[in-house]
Design a binder for this molecule. Structure first.
Ligand SMILES: *Cc1c(COP(=O)(O)O)cnc(C)c1O
Length: 340
């Protein structure tokens, strides 16, 4: 039994999902003739109370498209120093949109409305013009933390005041909705654009969606084409997402429970200094002083338990659809027994 806690992207489609995919009706999506994609786009737009949704091959491309739609070259995007768009999208903001990031020194990837206000550049001609605020919920590098919705509302008011776009990188928004008992419509009412992933913990092989109202989304399909993201008989993948929305969202609560169990086991280990608070499916922890993090990883790998280092002494475990109770038990036992 191999226990893969490296990421929630390691999941594989269940047999039932695969069967659902195989039975999908498909067509050429470039001609908008794939009924399964069309239905999924309509479904997701409705879920969020928005007019339009567009299917993407990756969350990165959905985010990069949103940034392109909201900005002009030379402008600035406000985001947290932990943001995926800044850290893990290969510098795409500058390459694709010619913009820079104004980084906020937030807490677990989250910041306050006051910090946003302070990060907005004055109007003088020698400043880069601030045009977009980008939020991430849950925060990836922040350890799966969930935003306080009130703070998001306060930031929205500032965006309105300064005429800034408001984008949500919701790669793991599903986890936040389940953990905080919030609704997609709440988020749809706040943000101009939202990206969501189906490939994180939901079992889909691939797939993301960018959601927004008609005006902002008008050029989204052209930008997706520019980025090389047009797809053909992709209904097979849309079917996987459709299946996941029906069957794999509510069960995210199990992932969150198992992540807390892992956190408890790590807390008790003398090899561990600190476990970050766990709200969803990501567990981030530091090894104790004098403990070699790479050795910690390789010792567990010898027991077929896989995780990765995030650098700076931080390690990460992520729970997901393919992480079972039996795997949890094995991992907890091995952590208890581990000697370096
Ligand atoms: C995974 C992820 C994305 C998108 O990643 P892809 O691998 O391109 O699908 C975007 N934002 C966050 C926060 C993520 O965790």
């Amino acid at each position: 039994m191999i226990v893969n806690l490296i990421s929630d992207t390691v999941t594989k489609p269940t047999p039932a999902m695969l069967e659902f995919m195989m039975n999908a009706e498909v067509g050429d999506d470039v001609f908008k003739q794939d009924p399964t994609v069309n239905a999924l786009e309509e479904r997701v737009a409705k879920m969020f109370g928005k007019q339009t949704a567009l299917f993407f091959p990756s969350g990165t491309m959905a985010n990069q498209t949103a940034i392109k739609l909201h900005t002009q070259p030379s402008e600035q995007v406000i985001c947290d120093k932990f943001a995926h768009i800044y850290n893990y999208e290969a510098g795409g903001v500058s390459f694709n949109s010619g913009v820079s990031c104004k980084l906020i020194d937030g807490d677990k990837g989250m910041f306050t409305a006051n910090q946003v206000r302070e990060a907005i550049n004055p109007n003088a001609f020698y400043y880069s013009q601030t045009s977009l605020v980008a939020i991430e919920n849950t925060t990836n590098k922040g350890g799966g933390a969930c935003w306080d919705f009130n703070e998001l509302e306060k930031i929205k008011a500032i965006c309105d005041e300064y005429k800034l776009g408001y984008h949500l990188d919701g790669a793991r928004l599903w986890n936040a909705l389940v953990a905080k008992q919030e609704t997609a419509k709440q988020y749809g009412s706040l943000f101009d654009t939202i990206s969501v992933c189906f490939s994180k913990g939901l079992g889909c092989p691939v797939g993301s969606m960018l959601i927004g109202d008609e005006t902002i989304m008008e050029q989204a399909i052209r930008v997706r084409k520019l980025f090389g993201g047009n797809m053909r008989q992709v209904g097979y993948l849309a079917a996987a997402a459709d299946y996941a929305l029906d069957n794999h969202i509510n069960r995210l609560a199990d992932d969150h429970k198992r992540a807390k169990h892992l956190g408890d086991a790590l807390e008790k280990s003398s090899l561990i200094k600190k476990v970050e608070s766990i709200e969803t499916n990501i567990v981030i922890f530091n090894v104790a002083d004098g403990v070699d993090e790479n050795k910690f990883v390789s010792k567990l790998a010898e027991k077929d338990i896989l995780l990765i280092s995030m650098g700076e002494g931080k390690l990460r475990m992520v729970t997901h659809l393919d992480f079972t109770d039996a795997m949890l038990e094995k991992t907890v036992n091995e952590i208890e027994r581990l000697e370096l």
